[in-house]
Ligand binder design. Structure first.
Ligand code: FE
Length: 249
């Protein structure tokens, strides 16, 4: 059965990357929690979607230019007053959960990978016993290379609609194989059975991201993709339960 990944801890149900969203996801009957990481100026690792606080909190500024204390002081929009948390805290929330990590390596505000960041993320996950429960993802080919150098954990390449359109499926598959990337994730609206068959015929796993509506979730369950991320984990669980019940009839 298709795996469900609660994107940013279920943004549309709990706010962006909130402690309560992550705590709720830890107790849900799904397989993965997706989150993004950014470094602070003083060496902490913060779990937040954007590289800046501008769009998702009451503060502004680049996380990488701020101290951990400054980032923590921000109040997350629609987050019931909650503040951003560190990767260390996220590890504590999931220590006893059956839900595994899907950690996305994000670029900084300039679109470039953070300097020497991936080894620090890997080390932090390992120190808190979560590395063996982590799959990594990134849109950046450079970050894929950094991941392959730092860890043997599974990783997937997030392929944006413009990249998929410009390169075409064959070149995307070729690039993934040449870099040793075992899985490709595409936007739900660019997924179809032809693309999925092409990716799987090349020996790669096929997943999707951004399935936030019932229609999008139903599409991916019907296709039978390996995994998808969603901002609405409770909705995805309910629809998957319905699919399961129908399959048993
Ligand atoms: Fe992400």
């Amino acid at each position: 059965m298709t795996r469900i990944a609660s994107h940013r801890g279920g943004t549309l149900e709990y706010g962006d990357s909130t402690p309560q969203g992550f705590a709720a996801t830890a107790n849900m009957p799904l397989e993965e929690v997706e989150f993004d990481v950014h470094p602070t100026a003083d060496g902490a690792i913060i779990v937040h979607h954007d590289a800046t606080l501008d769009g998702t909190t009451d503060r502004s500024g680049a996380i990488a230019a701020m101290s951990e204390a400054e980032v923590r002081a921000a109040v997350i929009n629609y987050g019931a007053g909650a503040h951003p948390i560190s990767l260390t805290e996220l590890c504590a929330i999931y220590a006893d959960s059956a839900v595994d990590f899907r950690c996305e390596i994000k670029p900084g505000v300039d679109g470039r990978p953070y300097e020497n960041f991936v080894p620090r993320v890997v080390e932090t996950l390992a120190r808190h016993g979560m590395l063996e429960r982590t799959t990594f993802s990134s849109f950046l080919v450079e970050s894929q290379n950094a991941l392959s150098a730092a860890t043997s954990r599974p990783r997937l390449w997030l392929v944006s609609p413009p990249v998929l359109r410009q390169l075409g499926p064959a070149a995307v598959i070729e690039l993934a194989k040449s870099r040793g990337i075992p899985e490709i994730g595409v936007h739900v609206d660019t997924a179809d059975s032809v693309l999925m068959a092409e990716v799987e015929a090349a020996g790669l796993d096929f997943g999707c991201w951004a399935a936030h509506s019932a229609r999008q979730i139903e599409k991916l369950l019907a296709l039978g993709v390996k995994v998808f991320t969603t901002d609405r984990p409770s909705l995805a669980i309910a629809i998957r339960n319905r699919f399961r019940a129908e399959a048993e009839l």
